[in-house]
Design a protein around this ligand. Structure first.
Ligand code: ZN
Length: 151
């Protein structure tokens, strides 16, 4: 049968083959570099934040990594565009809970397409691949300069 898992796999393959918002943002206001030494994923996340209303107006990433890390970063950039910083943090927490197989909180946001990555919770070593771009985005918004690692 064609189940949801096949559909999810297809979305992940598609985002890995053809990542959205891939490339350096030259006018980024925030950026950070993330590294997952377990897998070798190395991604830089760029954000452009409108300082007057705290909205993320543009997001991009570049680097190289496995299919899960690239697909997750690609999906993340699509989810974050146009969001407030508070919404970005809520999505980060909601996605983290999903992947770590924790129950969603009462305030959990609608995760939409991010759910295609839910399957990685069965593979603890891949959880770091899926969350690398999110941790890196978080670090960028916090203004952390040093490279972020998942270790
Ligand atoms: Zn990886």
């Amino acid at each position: 049968m064609t189940d949801l898992r096949d559909l999810y796999q297809e979305v992940i393959f598609d985002h890995n083959r053809n990542p959205r918002n891939f490339g350096k943002l030259v006018d980024a206001t925030h950026k950070a570099e993330g590294f997952n030494p377990l897998c070798g994923d190395r991604l830089t996340v760029y954000l452009k934040v409108d300082e007057t209303d705290g909205t993320i107006t543009d997001v991009g990433f570049d680097g190289a990594g496995c299919a899960i890390s690239v697909a997750s970063a690609s999906l993340m950039t699509q989810m974050l565009k146009g969001r407030s910083l508070e919404e970005a943090e809520a999505l980060f927490e909601g996605f983290h809970d999903l992947i770590m197989d924790k129950p969603a909180g009462a305030e959990a946001p609608e995760l939409g397409k991010l759910r295609v990555l839910e399957g990685v919770k069965a593979f603890p070593s891949r959880v770091k691949c899926a969350t690398l771009s999110w941790h890196t985005m978080h670090a960028a918004l916090e203004g952390e300069e040093e490279q972020i690692t998942t270790e």
